[in-house]
Ligand binder design. Structure first.
Ligand code: PLP
Length: 318
């Protein structure tokens, strides 16, 4: 939570959650942008672009024409390199949902470098930054030099303070961030974003803002820390259970998600069915997050300790 000191208060836009801002941001961007999205991915990035009419038709595997997909595979540790081709807008999310992967400082720097060379905009979703335990991993794209010239960062209180239903987050829109217009002119996005918010919304209700403020009190910080430690304790239990029965998995150390390979060539949905029928456990099929998610499923650590332990016991019966 330590990025505010680099920005003025007017560069922080309190929002009703980062999912919402993910979609709203398209209001101030053009219709013809080349958009790059990681695969697998939090479905909101793709679907909001589809709804805004920014893609071509759907293909058989559920992907869309017109989007530049960046495959995240075991080979690249689920962190893609910038593409060779030009794109205008790229969505990055680290720690990642669904893979639980984190990007190193060098990997983020290569994205900032790409964005500056291509006049591209990075939408950096840091919803899970508080789950990072490795001190070498950056919590914000603004820790990378030049990030404030090319990136917008989305922050959420949902996974930090249990605000998924309460609805509050914030978007960091640096005044130094310039976007290129159709005519090659560079303009700050800040004024457009301010205009968008004041035209279509009136920010977040006062009681909810006071609730979010309380997350920053001494007591609030302690409670958030305890909550995150609780979920990461579940993640450890679930990782160990996977290990015990020989499932190959990734993530679950800097993120509350464990990304598990399906055994013996089962598809994501076949594994989903098997776990539901045999042990009455619901997981998320990886193919729902994109074509590259096929052959994986996601286990979430967002649960009670009792449930995490019960899932660990049932996994042994699989
Ligand atoms: C949960 C989540 C969010 C948070 O969304 P809110 O609208 O703030 O609840 C954002 N991005 C990702 C990748 C998520 O998984």
């Amino acid at each position: 939570m330590g990025i505010a000191k680099h920005f003025t208060a007017t560069e922080i836009f309190v929002s009703d959650g980062s999912k919402c801002d993910c979609g709203y941001i398209l209001d101030i961007l053009g219709d013809q942008n080349k958009v790059a999205i990681t695969d697998p991915v939090y479905p909101v990035y793709v679907d909001t672009n589809v709804m805004a009419g920014h893609t071509g038709p759907a293909r058989k595997d559920g992907s869309y024409e017109g989007i530049v997909y960046l495959p995240c595979t075991a080979e690249n540790n689920f962190v893609p390199q910038p593409p060779k081709e030009h794109v205008d807008l790229v969505y990055l999310c680290f720690p990642n949902n669904p893979t639980g992967a984190v990007a190193t400082r060098e990997q983020l720097a290569s994205w900032v470098d790409y964005a500056r060379r291509h006049d591209a905009l990075v939408l950096f979703d840091a919803a899970y930054e508080a789950y990072i335990s490795d001190p070498k991993i950056s919590h914000s794209i603004f820790e990378i030099e030049g990030g404030h010239e090319c990136a917008i960062e989305l922050r959420s209180f949902s996974k930090i303070g249990g605000f998924t239903g309460v609805r509050c987050g914030f978007t960091v829109m640096p005044k130094t961030l310039l976007a290129r217009t159709d005519f090659g002119k560079k303009l700050p996005l800040h004024a457009l974003w301010h205009r968008r918010w004041s035209t279509k919304a009136n920010s977040v209700s006062y009681p909810v803002q006071r609730g979010a403020e309380a997350l920053y009190s001494d007591e609030g910080r302690q409670q958030c820390r305890a909550l995150i430690e609780h979920y990461m304790g579940n993640a450890k239990i679930l990782r160990e259970a996977c290990e015990k029965i020989g499932l190959h998995f990734y993530g679950g150390t800097n993120a509350p998600y464990i990304w598990v390979q399906t055994p013996k060539g089962l598809t994501s949905w076949e594994m989903f069915d098997r776990m539901l029928r045999e042990i009455s456990v619901v997981v998320t099929p990886g193919s729902g997050f994109g074509a590259q998610g096929e052959g994986y499923f996601r286990i979430s650590a967002f649960n009670s300790r009792e449930n995490a332990e019960e899932v660990a016991r049932r996994l042994e019966k699989l």
